[in-house]
Design a protein around this ligand. Sequence first.
Ligand code: FES
Length: 285
Amino acid sequence: MTAANREVSLGMPQLPAPAYPAEVRARLEADAKEVIARYPGSRSALLPLLHLVQSEEGYVSRTGMAFCAELLGLTTAEVTAVATFYTMYRRRPSGDYQVGVCTNTLCAVMGGDAIFDRLKEHLGVGNDETTADGKVTLEHIECNAACDFAPVVMVNWEFFDNQTPESATRLVDDLIAGRTVEPTRGAPLCTYKETARILAGFPDTRPGAVEASGGAGPASLAGLKLAKGEGASQARVVGPRGEAPRDTPPHEPSPSEHLSSHDAPQHTSASDPEHPAGPAAEEGE
Ligand code: FES
């Protein structure tokens, strides 16, 4: 699906959303009631319910939003406001596999921009567009807290670490051909609709999926180890580029050395006993 054949809104009022077929409605309603029962207030169930309706159609349709509003006692405007705020909710039909290329700063400079450009050219689609066979939707994504594996590609929110334009091209070719692909870490890959149902809070029943680990990498854990005092013998505080490591505490400038009075420590009742802080006198007292 390309930008040219997307639904175009001219700001005209739309007809009410069509209802789900009776069988679909009954099934979704039973699932929705199970989700709602987990929360003390029903409106708190909105985010998982949006994932639930997304698991039915692969996106959050107007029908899905009307369904959520009805079950939660919200207006469709309130549901729409939430569904359009979070990028994990799609607003139109998309592919079985959402291929998200992280183009946030670190991944971008490590090759994310080059990967995204290569996939655009290879797939013949732009950002947030789907291949004609309905298999792959390509999109930019923001940082997924996997920077030590940059550049990162996510497929249906599973990690494919340390990618290159070549490996990412093989990845999308495998997805389109229906070949099995294994995420670098975490649970095995499933379709976008299946992922949406798991995100709605329903158990992932695939063997080994829950046990699969998607832990942080060594670079992320280095800071945690330092904070815990582990490996401190190897730890060094290094100065700016070209400076030798510091053995002495950094110099604390006196007030006169500050570039501006705004930078200097302010007087307090402790530092200026002749003008102790206290309640301000009312005029005339
Ligand atoms: S910048 Fe890409 S995962 Fe953080």
